[in-house]
Design a protein around this ligand. Structure first.
Ligand code: ATP
Ligand code: LTN
Length: 330
């Protein structure tokens, strides 16, 4: 093994990947991949905390894996895999669940939000979801976890669980640090810019899916909610414009300051057209690579099969140490 540190991150296969997922997560992964040993996972087991259509779940899981590769993540250098292919995730989650308090889980804002939106299916998995997330991370002794800012609270819980376990049974887990990018840590809905852009939004105009075509992207950005002024400036109360400026700056790699200066004195129509064009230009190479991968299913299968073998090797090593520590006969 080299002396590089380890990164683990994942996205749920619960919907189309959005521009929020790209800017908040995938884009940072591509930047970090050369300096770390990385594992990138499609967390399909997390997705079923909300009821999924089985054939769609399957299709989306593969779609997301291909989007990882299409967005520039090197499938040969990093470990890319599907969570349900590595049983150790569920096994460690059980052990960690016995070291997590109900009170801690009740404080998770994502649980509160999702159960409020989904009151006919407040299942136990939705409640214990952060424990599974902690297992994902701790199994690989990840030092760093690149996520959007909505995941900060879950990361803090993973750290608390790791510290608690280390305290009771002796040092075993690395306590992971979050990595939250400065720009685009929380991309907002285009229709309700005080809410996070979410792939499970029922209104498709709220999000840009990474596989939306150019015309759809232009239309969605044109329809984005702004305000009654006509000044492109980053300011409190201008949630819609702030969000579009954040998107522009993330996809062009310009600072917010540069982005603002560029649109000084320009109207919203001009600004929105420029944002849409920048998003489309950023997506274009991804669409091309995605198409190539979709024509090559054998290669995609090889990547996730080998990825699961490599991940399982690492995960089983950690799980064995955990079982030893807690006194299971092994
Ligand atoms: P859902 O809305 O269904 O809960 P999601 O879109 O939040 O799903 P996840 O799979 O939960 O998607 O998130 C994958 C990664 O993308 C996480 O690191 C998350 O923080 C990040 N992310 C998701 N939405 C955004 C957003 N709007 N802005 C920035 N990062 C985001
Ligand atoms: N909870 C995350 C998805 C996720 C994840 C992880 C992210 C599950 N396991 C491990 C980073 C590391 C979310 O984005 N909702």
């Amino acid at each position: 093994m080299d002396d590089k540190k380890t990164i683990f991150s994942g996205v749920q296969s619960s919907g189309f990947l959005t521009l929020g997922n790209y800017i908040g997560a995938l884009k940072n992964w591509t930047k970090l991949q050369n300096d770390y040993n990385c594992l990138f996972c499609v967390v399909d087991m997390h997705s079923i905390t909300v009821r999924q259509n089985p054939s769609e779940l399957k299709r989306r899981t593969l779609e997301i894996l291909k989007l990882y590769m299409a967005s520039g993540i090197d499938a040969e250098k990093n470990i890319l895999f599907i969570q349900s292919h590595v049983p150790a995730h569920a096994e460690l989650a059980w052990v960690l669940g016995c070291n997590t308090y109900m009170g801690e889980l009740s404080r998770m804002t994502q649980f509160k939000d999702k159960s409020a939106r989904n009151d006919e299916n407040i299942n136990a998995g939705l409640f214990t979801y952060p424990v599974l997330m902690a297992a994902d991370i701790l199994l690989y002794n990840a030092d760093l976890v690149p996520v959007g800012s909505d995941q900060k609270q879950h990361l803090e819980l993973a750290r608390d669980i790791a510290e608690r376990f280390n305290g009771v049974y002796g040092n075993l887990f690395i306590v992971p640090e979050p990595y939250i990018g400065e720009v685009g840590a929380k991309i907002m809905s285009l229709q309700e810019p005080t809410k996070k852009m979410s792939k499970s939004d029922i209104n498709p105009n709220g999000y840009i899916a990474l596989l939306d075509d150019a015309d759809t992207i232009v239309k969605k950005i044109k329809r984005a909610v702004t305000d009654s002024e006509n000044e492109v400036a980053y300011r409190e109360g201008k949630d819609g414009i702030n969000n579009l400026l954040g998107i522009y700056s993330a996809v062009t790699d310009k600072t917010m300051g540069e982005a603002q200066t560029e649109f000084e004195g320009k109207g919203y129509g001009h600004f929105k057209a420029a944002v849409a064009e920048a998003v489309v230009e950023c997506m274009r190479p991804m669409w091309q690579r995605y198409k190539e991968l979709s024509d090559n299913n054998d290669y995609v299968e090889k990547i996730y099969t080998e990825g699961a073998l490599k991940a399982a090797y690492l995960a089983d090593g950690t799980l064995k140490k955990v079982y030893e520590k807690i006194g299971f006969v092994i």
